[in-house]
Design a protein around this ligand. Structure first.
Ligand SMILES: [Zn+2]
Ligand SMILES: [Zn+2]
Length: 179
């Protein structure tokens, strides 16, 4: 039981990280910025033409997250002397966020049978919930892995809340996208 709870917790942490990074990119990365500008442009393209990024293979859509994941593991090991299976599991899940996002956009013929089933069983996020992120101003439902966190975070106004807090403290407004 303990193990199942731990797995669940790690999955939810990975889901939250996927949402947090996605929110940062959508709310504060601007296309004209150095470095992160490329990510902002890619996300805007995904909002506009959600099927465009499906052409990428796993490596093409995950290499940047894999590099980041190795960086985090290296810091954990060399700076904090910390390394265990749970941390590795968290990193492995998190670096696959873009792949899981891609699966939510693909139809059944384009993805493995097991993935469709995991989505049917509400274990992995599928098109129905992820589609909500692509509606309107694209400023809700940022988490891409499960169906658990998004409804809760929207209910408590989590993203709007931290955007207000950031505006209050720093005066920085979230990015306004043309609809
Ligand atoms: Zn987005
Ligand atoms: Zn999407």
């Amino acid at each position: 039981m303990d193990i199942i709870l731990k797995i669940l917790l790690i999955v939810l942490i990975a889901d939250f990280i996927s949402g947090f990074v996605h929110w940062l990119e959508d709310a504060y990365a601007k296309p004209e910025m150095p470095l992160v500008g490329a990510i902002a442009r890619e996300n805007l393209l995904n909002h506009d033409k959600p099927r465009d990024f499906l052409k990428k293979n796993w490596w093409q859509s995950s290499y940047d997250l894999i590099a980041l994941g190795f960086g985090i593991l290296a810091i954990a090991w060399f700076v904090f002397g910390m390394m265990n299976g749970w941390l590795i599991f968290l990193v492995v899940l998190s670096v696959n966020a873009n792949q899981i996002h891609k699966w939510a956009h693909q139809n059944r013929q384009e993805k493995p049978w097991l993935v469709s089933k995991l989505q049917d069983w509400n274990i992995m996020q599928g098109a129905r919930q992820h589609g909500r992120h692509h509606r309107g101003e694209k400023n809700t439902y940022y988490c891409v892995m499960t169906n658990v966190l998004n409804p809760i975070l929207e209910k408590v106004g989590f993203w709007v809340g931290i955007e207000k807090l950031i505006l209050m403290i720093t005066g920085v407004q979230r990015r306004q996208d043309a609809m």
